[in-house]
Design a binder for this molecule. Structure first.
Ligand SMILES: NC(=O)c1ccc[n+]([C@@H]2O[C@H](COP(=O)([O-])OP(=O)(O)OC[C@H]3O[C@@H](n4cnc5c(N)ncnc54)[C@H](O)[C@@H]3O)[C@@H](O)[C@H]2O)c1
Length: 333
């Protein structure tokens, strides 16, 4: 029996529907969007799928095995909870939810249901360039790591000023964007972050309707002594990109908009190795394919549920540190 997929929210959800339709053991059965116009556009690409403007119809349909939740952020918690309680496998876009207490409740519900798979779309994990970086680290080519720095340069300011993101009960650029880099750092380091210290500002958007910080810079103290720096930079005049640097005592990796570089020497004349795998080089629906393959038993999960909740816990600690104006110990969920 093929897996029946229901997709809620057809912005980025369109990529998940496309990926689902390409998967050999799955069928896109139900499409949902509150916008009739958007629903009609995407339904035209999936003529066999039923359509609805009511997410509850998908979440409670006993025929649906897998639910993709790609609605607005403030719908994720409730829709994920209903999907879990109705026995579905859940693939929810990041951020999984907005508040730490919601994350705790979801975690508890997920733990009670070991037969149901849960993923969030931390898509940078599938970037060939970052997979190569992970390999280089594991081979010891950078030596012992002592610092990691990454910037989530958004480059899409209008999305927070004019779009739904600014209308949410709370919009965290850390949980909504920086989470990709936090996940990346935890994965590359292979260890947890103990404590964070962060500052935030809203200089770029203060005269707009956006009510939250558009820039947050954080310092991250890992258990081994490794130190991270992560900035969520939503106001930047710069195309969407993630500058990323990893420093080890034997080498330095630098992610550029062109090729990435691996420096093995401090000599000015020595050229770095170039890493030219495309960046990010992934489609937004690619991780959903891994999710489906994990359900069918044909693959291992690229991102585990522990990793998803660990990166969120760090994001919540960063936001708490900005609010408090001091260091915050990460409370893992
Ligand atoms: N993982 C990633 O890299 C990535 C990239 C883009 C967006 N996202 C996430 O995906 C989610 C959607 O963002 P987007 O960029 O696609 O936004 P979008 O505005 O482009 O599309 C969202 C769609 O969902 C529909 N929608 C909203 N609430 C709904 C509901 N309750 N039920 C049914 N349909 C609903 C809207 O009508 C709209 O068509 C957000 O949570 C965002 O953070 C993740």
């Amino acid at each position: 029996m093929p897996l029946n997929i229901g997709v809620i929210g057809l912005g980025v959800g369109e990529a998940h529907a496309r990926a689902g339709a390409s998967h050999q053991e799955s069928v896109v059965t139900y499409l949902c969007d509150i916008s009739k116009e958007r629903l009609g556009q995407i339904a035209a690409q999936h003529p066999g799928a039923a359509t609805t403007t009511d997410p509850g119809a998908v979440l409670c349909d006993p025929a649906i095995d897998v639910v993709v939740i790609a609605s607005y952020d403030d719908n994720h918690y409730e829709q994920t909870m209903i999907a879990l309680k109705n026995g579905k496998h859940v693939f929810v876009e990041k951020p999984v939810c907005i508040f730490a207490h919601e994350a705790k409740e979801l975690r508890n519900e997920i733990e009670r249901r070991p037969g149901q798979l849960f993923f969030s779309n931390l898509i940078l994990r599938l970037s060939a360039r970052f997979m190569r970086l992970k390999e280089l680290i594991e081979q010891g080519q950078l030596g012992e790591l002592y610092a990691m720095e990454g910037d989530y340069n958004y480059g899409r300011l209008s999305k927070i000023i004019d779009g739904w993101r600014g209308q949410q009960a709370f919009y965290s650029i850390v949980n909504g964007g920086g989470v990709h880099l936090i996940d990346q750092m935890l994965w590359l380091a292979g260890e947890r972050i103990n404590e964070v210290m962060a500052y935030g500002s809203n200089i770029v958007t203060r005269d707009t309707g956006f009510r939250y910080n558009d820039y947050v810079s954080s310092l991250l103290s890992f258990r081994s002594g490794l130190i991270g720096k992560m900035a969520a930079n939503f106001g930047c005049v710069y195309p969407h990109f993630h500058p990323f640097r990893v420093y080890g005592d034997a080498g330095t990796f630098i992610n550029n908009r062109g090729d990435a570089e691996l420096y093995r020497s401090c000599e000015q004349e020595e050229k770095p190795d170039l890493i030219s795998d495309s960046y990010p080089g992934v489609d937004k629906g690619d991780l959903f394919l891994n999710f489906l393959d994990t359900i069918t038993g044909d693959a291992k999960p690229v991102v585990t549920r522990d990793e998803i909740f660990d990166s969120m816990a760090v994001c919540f600690a960063i936001d708490e540190s900005v609010k408090k104006g001091g260091p915050v110990t990460v409370e893992y969920l």
